[in-house]
Design a protein around this ligand. Structure first.
Ligand code: MG
Length: 273
């Protein structure tokens, strides 16, 4: 009985100390000033009384011409503009891409030729990509217009023709596959072009391969926020748990789902962050 009481006391102490630690970490960057207002530590000291004291001019912000009229931002790297597939290889063996290059400036998955990926590797990026599933609807669930945008070549943002097509919600269009359900189903009708704008921050690993910081993804689908800075729990496998193999930069990969999905892509560019 004495042992049980001691154990309960010890557990309570450990739990209390953990709660205190979390509280301390949350308070790390804030402090109370005299009048009870809580401010960030950056703003400690006597509060300024002139507006100029809280304005600064350096370092200057880089000028980037925005995307408009079908053009891309001035500092973006174009990965696909419809002219060629030269910047891409077949993922499984690095051979030339066999997907269809269409006259309208898009490319379409050629069934069972495999995933494709960029020759160039990236870390943190802002990605713009447009995709369309076929207007002529075939099959259902995960077998209707399924593809995917794999960040770092590993983490899948799902592409699926979700119109009038039920499937598991953590695998529907706009999901981080089997990890994060989207906040909304924002697809246009089958056959129309959708936009994905993605902010991706890669996970960080220490020298021993341990993960010290999770990756994050924000996804805007046709102008609608569907993933709000969600934390990557690891890889996005079809079967099994997410894993956390250490990695550095990686390619952008597009999926051939292997069931004649005929998904098309166009206007792909990234800005390195
Ligand atoms: Mg997919």
């Amino acid at each position: 009985m004495k042992k049980i009481v001691t154990l309960i006391l010890l557990s309570t102490l450990v739990a209390t100390s953990c709660q205190e630690k979390v509280k301390e970490e949350a308070m790390e960057h804030i402090e109370k000033v005299d009048d009870g207002v809580i401010v960030h530590e950056e703003y400690s000291g006597p509060e300024p009384t002139e507006p100029e004291a809280t304005e600064f001019y350096e370092p200057k912000v880089p000028v980037v011409r925005p995307a408009s009229n079908g053009k891309i931002p001035s500092d973006a790297i174009v990965l696909f503009d419809g002219s060629s597939l030269d910047g891409w290889v077949t993922s499984k063996d690095s051979s030339a891409v066999q997907w269809h290059l269409n006259k309208d400036g898009s490319m379409t998955v050629k069934d069972k030729t495999g995933n494709i990926q960029t020759k160039q590797n990236f870390g943190d990026i802002q990605l713009h990509i447009e995709w369309a599933s076929p207007a002529e609807v075939q099959r259902e669930g995960q077998n209707r217009g399924n593809s995917g945008v794999f960040l770092n070549g590993i983490y899948e943002v799902q592409v699926l023709d979700q119109n009038d097509n039920d499937t598991y919600v953590n695998g529907q269009v706009g999901s981080i596959y089997k990890q994060h359900v989207p906040l909304a189903m924002a697809s246009l009708p089958s056959g129309e072009w959708n936009t994905y704008d993605i902010i991706y921050h890669s996970p960080e690993f220490n020298a021993d391969g341990g993960k010290i910081k999770s990756g994050t993804i924000t996804l805007i689908h046709n102008g609608i926020l569907v993933q709000d800075h969600v934390e990557l729990k690891g890889t996005t496998p079809y079967i099994g748990w997410p894993k956390n193999p250490p990695h550095g930069k990686g390619p952008l990969m597009l999926q051939d789902h292997g069931d004649n999905s005929r998904v098309s892509f166009r206007n792909i560019w990234v800005r390195e962050l």
